[in-house]
Design a binder for this molecule. Structure first.
Ligand code: UD1
Length: 421
């Protein structure tokens, strides 16, 4: 459901206090898809109550899964024992790219899947060729017609799969396809993101035999059956990083709780380069800033490089920091949609091909802006907190796809933000 609300944000003094981070959206989505791999009940904890998660559960229910989302306990109880349907409608598939993650587990457990090609999106073309290359090497037969894909296989057999790019989604899909395949699969140049490690931890508890998660080569020995288990989703490093940047942009002092500091190191390093103070304290991180900041260049890269999902929010901080710095976006070809909106607020940013040249300005001013995608929306909130006057952000359904209760969390630490329907 798209809620056509708006956020109205006024310039807010330093953000001060504590923010508790929810479970990682990008981990919850593949883990929920992976529950297809067993006919037994799974209990998934620390699940963020987000639109994308709701859509994933709706997709699983359409397949025949029985699920219950206990929102106040952040828990999903799901049983995929009665799945019979193996095809999904475009209406839902097009809403979240991650819907394609159900292809691997369906293929693995049932030997067939019919799914619509996910379309492109604002940030790039986002093909699924690497996912399909993996399925094909495992022995699947792939037919593409009229925008839909039918994948069949009598028996999946392990193979050596090299990814041309360490795609997060392709790595996840291929792992899920290979866990019930016969023999050994080796995926090289695979993604090493923390969410891959979380998915593998879940699959391993279920009985999968997987080695090397978190390195660029993963080995999977196929097993014949997986069991239902309980699993707690890791903390959302992108949500945490957004609040870290919010603290820096408002010269605030935030203690961000329920984080994995190690997953935040690329953001921490760049904030420190800018003169922001960051203190790691076990599962909490304190971010505070009072003096002048120094602008710094960033280049987005696969983990442990600087995350592309943090690029837009970080740009908001760079836009109000003295000096000129460059952002090099290497992951998605069209991830500068927010630049036009930030410039409407008085930022001085030019885009040249894959780079954005950010010239820090003394102040931004509030106006009407539009969230063009999820992280672009988060960037606008950060800019609005620092901008003179009032900013009205429309199309906030993008933001609600990835941030739990963002306005409540921000209000508690001093932000002047309200939602209007
Ligand atoms: C995931 C994240 C998203 C994040 C992205 C990169 C989820 C649900 N989403 O998306 O928030 O921004 O990782 O960190 O986890 N590519 C191909 N062929 C493929 C697959 C990908 O060319 O078959 C390209 C993409 O177009 C893109 C790059 O690889 O340029 C990275 O994409 P990928 O890592 O697959 O991102 P997602 O898994 O879609």
């Amino acid at each position: 459901m798209i809620v056509m609300g708006k956020f109205v944000v006024e310039k807010s003094g330093p953000l001060k206090g504590e923010v508790v981070v929810d479970g990682a959206k990008n981990s919850a989505l593949p883990v929920l898809a992976a529950t297809i791999l067993t006919g037994e009940e799974c209990v998934i904890e620390n699940v963020p109550f987000l639109k994308d998660v709701e859509i994933m559960l709706k997709l699983l229910d359409l397949l025949g899964a029985e699920s219950e989302f206990i929102a106040d306990e952040k828990k999903v109880i799901i049983n995929c024992g009665k799945i019979e349907n193996i095809s999904l409608p475009y209406e839902l598939v097009k809403k979240i790219r991650a819907s394609f993650l159900i292809a691997g587990p369906l293929l693995s457990r049932f030997g067939c899947v019919k799914i619509q090609m996910p379309g492109g999106c604002q940030i790039g073309v986002r093909p699924v060729d690497l996912h399909l290359k993996g399925f094909s090497l495992l022995g699947a037969d792939i037919k593409q017609e009229h925008g839909s894909i039918e994948i069949n296989s009598n028996v999946l057999k392990g193979d050596n799969i090299y990814l041309d790019f360490p795609s997060v989604g392709a790595t996840e899909n291929i792992i899920m396809a290979a866990v019930l395949a016969k023999g050994e699969t080796n995926i090289s140049n695979c993604s090493v993101e923390p969410e891959i490690v979380d998915l593998v931890n879940f699959l391993s508890k279920m009985g999968a035999k997987i080695e090397g998660a978190g390195t660029d080569t993963i080995k999977i020995i196929g097993v014949s059956k997986l069991s239902g288990v309980k699993h707690k989703i890791i903390s959302d490093r992108i949500e945490a990083g957004t609040y870290m940047i919010g603290a820096a942009a408002t010269k605030g002092d935030l203690l961000i709780k329920n984080v994995v500091c190690e997953h935040l190191r690329p953001v921490t390093a760049k904030l420190k380069d800018m003169n922001v103070n960051v203190e790691e304290r076990g599962s909490e991180i304190r971010v505070y800033s009072f003096g002048d900041l120094i602008n710094t260049d960033i280049k987005t890269l696969p983990f442990p490089g600087f995350p592309t999902d943090m690029q837009a929010p970080f740009m908001s901080l760079m836009a109000i920091t003295k000096g000129t710095a460059i952002i090099n976006e290497t992951i998605f070809e069209n991830r500068f949609m927010h630049v036009g909106e930030l410039n409407r607020m008085g930022a001085d940013i030019k885009v040249e091909s894959k780079s954005a040249i950010v010239k820090g300005v003394d102040k931004l001013t509030g106006t009407q802006v539009k969230a063009t995608d999820l992280r672009a929306g988060a960037a606008l909130i950060i800019s609005a907190l620092a901008a003179e006057g009032e900013t009205e952000i429309s199309d906030i359904y993008h933001i609600e796809r990835g941030y739990c209760n963002i306005e409540d969390k921000l209000r508690k630490v001093g932000a002047k933000i309200r939602k209007i329907e």
